[in-house]
Structures are given as structure tokens and as C-alpha cells.
Design a protein around this ligand. Structure first.
Ligand SMILES: Nc1ncnc2c1ncn2[C@@H]1O[C@H](COP(=O)(O)OP(=O)(O)OP(=O)(O)O)[C@@H](O)[C@H]1O
Length: 335
């Protein structure tokens, strides 16, 4: 377990600035998720910490040590990739034992056996230890890949979209398990994803990356409720935040300098009373909730509604804002 500190890290590939002046401290035992769109610099950040590439400038410290001169193996870091990279000719047991077999480790046979079985229980694959790794489902393979990282007990874990190749149900299951395991081990974990649900459910803190820069870092609640700018506000929330011109809807007290009003479901009151200023274009029925597609003059917005709310396409409704978010011409929050 260890603290990770990045100070002024930059990295470019030719003309592409992948990471730019990145400052980030991840506390010992903390679960930090880097969230950002494709090309934001997430994978590059992990690769720099792991030592797979050197930064152009800046410093990286792990557990108080400047790791500039250290090779990946010396950094005591485990990396889990998007695609499970198991040894196909080996059994699950042998795959899990593999990282413990390097001559440098000098672990006795019993100790290896004990650790393999302990980790197999943790990632819930202990009933398949003798299976060939090719005879596993995608979810089981990824459990083994995660187990192989855990078995070494490194000081930090770096995970690059480890759940993205799995179906939605498995992803939800493994999300919970990863969080439980990290809690149990108290390990420092830096996790990269572009899935906002993973970020919201697992992270102690979320760091939002855009064009190689860290735009904001905070607890999931802070990032969601108090976004620094439009870019961050648009990364979280389902359906997406509605960006509306000032004065389109009544309600709220617009601060001066506001150019755009950001309204999520919880910022929009729908009523069948009062002046009807909007009409329902269509309704998506998702089972436990409905997405209402609403038109206000020539603007469209989407909000959630309870399926029991009795409303139909073509109905006219009254919309009012309640404490929405305000942004200036540059997209920065105005309060
Ligand atoms: N080895 C490389 N050579 C050239 N350009 C690279 C290399 N690695 C990354 N880049 C570029 O650096 C930028 C950041 O890439 P990076 O892989 O870190 O983004 P990411 O946020 O992880 O994206 P994704 O979600 O698609 O994995 C991109 O524009 C990418 O094309």
C-alpha cells in the first residue's frame, strides 16, 4: 500500500499532447477513478505511473520514493488491462500462481498454495481452480486476471477499463466485488474508465480528465452536484444534463454572467397546473422509469419521470426550474 504523487507530469507523442501538467495525489488506500472520453490521456497516465514509458517532464513518487530511475518491476505495481491476458495452456490455479513463481520471490510451495486459494475465494473462482483458463466465461476470465494482480500484493493497483469487455450484468456484479475486495485489502487503486456508473459507484474520488488535463477531482457527490464547468457537468448524469439558454424556463435566480443553464431531472419540475410552456414529444418506457422528450419552443430536453406519472405524447405541461446549474460564456460555473 502506498501513496502516489504526480507533480507537473507531461507527455506527448509527436504533436499529440497526451498528458499536460498533471498534478494528482492519491492517498494510501484510496480508490481513485479517472474518468474521461476517449483520447483524454487516461491510459497514458497509468502507463507513466507503471513505468512503461517515461514522462517528458514532472515527477512521480510512489510511497514517498521518486521512481524516475525505476523499471516497472521495481515499482511494485500491478496492472490489469481491458482484455484478460491469461496463459491459455495453464489452469486457473497455475495462472494465479504464476506471478508468485519468479525466482526473486522464493515463496514456499505451501505459501503459494495458501495465497492462490485465498485470492481465488476473494474473486469467487475457487470452484474452477482446475479448469483450463480457456474453458471459462468472459467474466470468469476477468476474475482470474484481477486475481492474478491481487495475488502479488503490490503496493498499488492500476486498472485500465478492466470490466469494459463484459456484459452489463457481469459488469455490475464485478463492480461491487472489486469495491469489496479493495475495501478488504485497503489497497491503493487507480482505475480508468469512461463509464460514469463505474466511477460513481466505486470511487472514493473521481478525477475528470479532458485533453490530457485534470479538470476537477472530488468525491462522486461533489463532481455530480458541484461541477466546475460544462465539460464536467456533461460527463455525469443519465439522461445527460440539458443545456438551455437563459430565460427559456421560469424559476431559479440567474446570476449575472450566465450564458447557459444546466438542468438535470432534479432541477426540472413538471406540472399539469399553471401556464403550459412545453409539450411532450415522445416517451421512452424503460420499465422502472420513463424518459420524457420535451419541447420548449424550438429547444428539446430530456428528463426522467416516474412510470406512474400519467402523461402521454402530445400533452402540454408546465416546466419550472429549481436550483439549476449556471455557466458563463467560457463554460465555467457561475454561482
Ligand atoms: N504510443 C502512442 N503513440 C502516439 N500517440 C499516442 C500513443 N499513446 C497514446 N497516444 C495519443 O495520446 C492521446 C491520449 O491517449 P490515451 O490512450 O492516454 O487516452 P485514453 O483517455 O486512455 O483513451 P481511451 O479511452 O480511448 O483508452 C490520444 O490522442 C492518443 O491517440
Amino acid at each position: 500500500m502506498a501513496r502516489i504523487v504526480l507533480k507537473g507530469i507531461s507527455k506527448s507523442y509527436g504533436d499529440t499532447q497526451a498528458v499536460e501538467d498533471l498534478n494528482l495525489a492519491i492517498e494510501d488506500g484510496e480508490f481513485v477513478v479517472l474518468l474521461g472520453p476517449t483520447g483524454a490521456g487516461k491510459t497514458t497516465t497509468l502507463r507513466l505511473i507503471a513505468g512503461l514509458e517515461p514522462p517528458d517532464s514532472g515527477q512521480i513518487a510512489i510511497g514517498g520514493r521518486d521512481v524516475a530511475g525505476e523499471a516497472p518491476a521495481e515499482r511494485d505495481v500491478a496492472f490489469v488491462f481491458q482484455q484478460y491476458s491469461l496463459y491459455p495452456h495453464l489452469s486457473v490455479y497455475e495462472n494465479l500462481a504464476f506471478p508468485l513463481k519468479s525466482p526473486a520471490r522464493r515463496l514456499g510451495k505451501e505459501e503459494v498454495d495458501r495465497r492462490v486459494r485465498e485470492v481465488a475465494r476473494m474473486v469467487r473462482i475457487d470452484h474452477k481452480l482446475e479448469n483450463r483458463s480457456t474453458r471459462l466465461s468472459g467474466g470468469e476470465m476477468q476474475r482470474v486476471a484481477i486475481g492474478r494482480a491481487l495475488v502479488r500484493r503490490p503496493s498499488i493497483y492500476l486498472m485500465d477499463e478492466p470490466l469494459s469487455s463484459l456484459d452489463a450484468k457481469l459488469r455490475a456484479e464485478l463492480r461491487l466485488e472489486l469495491k469489496r475486495i479493495q475495501n478488504e485489502l485497503g489497497s491503493t487503486l487507480l482505475y480508468v474508465t469512461h463509464d460514469q456508473v463505474e466511477a460513481m459507484t466505486m470511487a472514493d474520488r473521481i478525477g475528470i480528465l479532458s485533453h490530457g488535463r485534470l479538470v476537477q477531482i472530488g468525491t462522486p457527490r461533489e463532481i455530480y452536484a458541484d461541477p466546475a464547468n460544462l465539460h464536467v457537468a456533461a460527463r455525469l448524469g443519465q439522461p445527460h444534463i440539458n443545456l438551455l439558454p437563459v430565460d427559456l424556463l421560469p424559476g431559479g435566480q440567474t446570476p449575472s454572467g450566465t450564458r447557459t443553464v444546466g438542468a438535470r431531472t432534479e432541477h426540472i419540475e413538471i406540472s399539469l397546473e399553471g401556464e403550459r410552456n412545453a409539450s411532450i414529444d415522445w416517451i421512452e418506457h424503460l420499465g422502472d422509469q420513463n424518459h420524457l422528450h420535451i419541447r420548449v419552443r424550438d429547444h428539446k430536453l430530456v428528463t426522467l419521470a416516474d412510470p406512474n406519472f400519467s402523461i402521454a405524447a402530445g400533452d402540454n405541461v408546465s416546466l419550472t426550474l429549481r436550483n439549476p446549474l449556471y455557466f458563463d460564456a467560457a463554460g465555467q460555473r457561475v454561482t
